[in-house]
Design a protein around this ligand. Structure first.
Ligand code: MLT
Length: 267
């Protein structure tokens, strides 16, 4: 079901499916809730699955100059409040969604039952990465989104997915092309200034599932395993046949791991 949730002057598009304890799936950059389409039917058999479009993405408004991860997290809480969802949620975020997940814990821990971090990083950007993001932000504002899929897909998808799964390539290309450059630029600037959360890891005292595609080149297995080991209640799972985007590259293994973890089983 599609909902338009008004928070102050901003209209957010939020989708819900299924019934059960709330599971919020937060998309990566530069995408929208459709990146979860292949896993929602499986997850919705056991959960109320809530897939918002973040500020400036998909069907949501709220364009701004810089969209810090903290602001995205606060938006999500305001959306849950508007939807009368007070039960602690399972939060799952991929990549940029994971950066927002850290802020959900820091700012709104009482609203979380557990945390799922897919293909994301705990470290912040170095100077070179942050500068590249600011340049990219100017680039999309000046030139639009047409060049973005060619630049990003080789990093987002494994080589095998790119060679053998034209359906996945086409789906992700379509999602990226329809994003608004203003939302994309704001998120790039926000990610450039995001916190390094490595120092928080030992304090995150709730169950956390860390998922990583075996061929992820943006947040590689060794890096993710490294921070998962520092989480007091962390579990680490490698998803085979996937790069940075396990929910689209291997939806069955991704949903199985999420469902097992939510039931308190080893993922
Ligand atoms: C994402 O998938 O959200 C991006 O790879 C995040 C990033 O650019 O760091």
């Amino acid at each position: 079901m599609q909902h338009t949730i008004k928070v102050n002057d901003t209209a957010f598009q939020v989708h819900t499916d299924g019934a059960g304890s709330p599971l919020v799936l937060v998309h990566g950059f530069p995408m929208d809730h459709h990146m979860w389409d292949s896993v929602v039917p499986m997850l919705a058999q056991q959960h109320t699955v809530i897939t918002p479009d973040l500020r400036g993405f998909g069907g949501s408004g709220g364009f701004c100059e810089i969209a810090p991860m903290e602001r995205f997290a606060d938006d999500l809480i305001a959306i849950l409040d508007q939807m009368d969802i007070t039960e602690p949620i399972t939060f799952a975020g991929l990549s940029m969604g994971g950066y927002i997940g850290w802020q959900m814990w820091k700012r709104h821990a009482d609203r979380l039952a557990r945390l799922i971090l897919l293909d994301t990083r705990a470290a912040g950007d170095d100077e070179i990465q942050a500068r590249a993001r600011r340049v990219n932000a100017e680039g999309v504002l000046a030139n639009g989104m047409s060049g973005v899929p060619a630049a990003m897909l080789p990093k987002l998808l494994s080589e095998a997915t790119r060679e053998h799964r034209p359906d996945v390539v086409a789906m992700l290309t379509e999602i990226i092309l329809r994003q608004d450059p203003r939302g994309v630029a704001a998120a790039q600037r926000g990610m450039a200034q995001r916190a390094d959360v490595t120092g928080w890891l030992a304090e995150i005292d709730l169950p956390v599932l860390v998922l990583c595609g075996e061929a992820d080149s943006i947040s590689p297995v060794a890096e993710m395993q490294g921070f998962a080991n520092q989480l007091p209640e962390g579990q680490f799972v490698v998803i085979p046949a996937a790069g940075h985007m396990p929910p689209v590259e291997n939806p069955a293994a991704t949903s199985d791991a999420i469902l097992a973890f939510c039931q308190g089983l080893p993922a």
